[in-house]
Design a protein around this ligand. Structure first.
Ligand SMILES: [Zn+2]
Length: 164
């Protein structure tokens, strides 16, 4: 069951991201993660260029391949970017991912479900996006877990965030 708090946090974060989407900053990703006990939900937003190097519509075979490769990587390597404590035995699964194309820009939006065997509160999460996508030079991450609410700017070298 998803608590009301979690839902309102995510919709708040979403409104912020919609605003941000109008004038996204190249190289910057926005991530919101909300945990309710052993379950979590994550929203990931980044300019397309940070993930696959361009923002025009992928028409050529070469561009389509670059885009598909990046979208697969996003799905398969999220647990290398958001590294939860190994003893929690968490699984991060993609629910939706899409590229929203406007005239001059492209945005990648993705949502993930997180399922752990133990509650995450009190543990440390390691955040490292540039390791998988060097184009993500900066990521603003908002995390809520129980009573804990934290925001962190993750740069190239990554950050560790204590969920307490
Ligand atoms: Zn752009």
């Amino acid at each position: 069951m998803i608590s009301l708090l979690l839902v309102s946090f995510l919709s708040m974060a979403h409104a912020d991201e919609q605003k941000a989407q109008k004038a996204h900053v190249h190289g910057e990703a926005n991530i919101s993660i909300a945990f309710d006990g052993k379950k979590g939900r994550m929203e990931f937003h980044a300019p397309s260029e940070a993930l696959f190097g361009f923002e025009h519509e992928a028409r050529s075979a070469k561009d389509r391949a670059k885009k598909d490769q990046a979208m697969t990587k996003l799905e398969e390597k999220m647990s290398e970017m958001v590294v939860l404590a190994p003893e929690l035995k968490c699984e991060i699964k993609k629910e939706i991912s899409e590229v929203i194309q406007s005239k001059d820009h492209g945005d990648v939006d993705a949502e993930f479900n997180i399922t752990c065997e133990q509650p995450v509160v009190g543990t440390t999460v390691r955040l490292q996006f540039a390791k998988v996508f060097p184009g993500i030079k900066k990521a603003k991450v908002d995390v809520i877990a129980g009573d804990v609410q934290k925001s962190v700017i993750v740069k190239k070298g990554g950050e560790s965030l204590e969920l307490k």
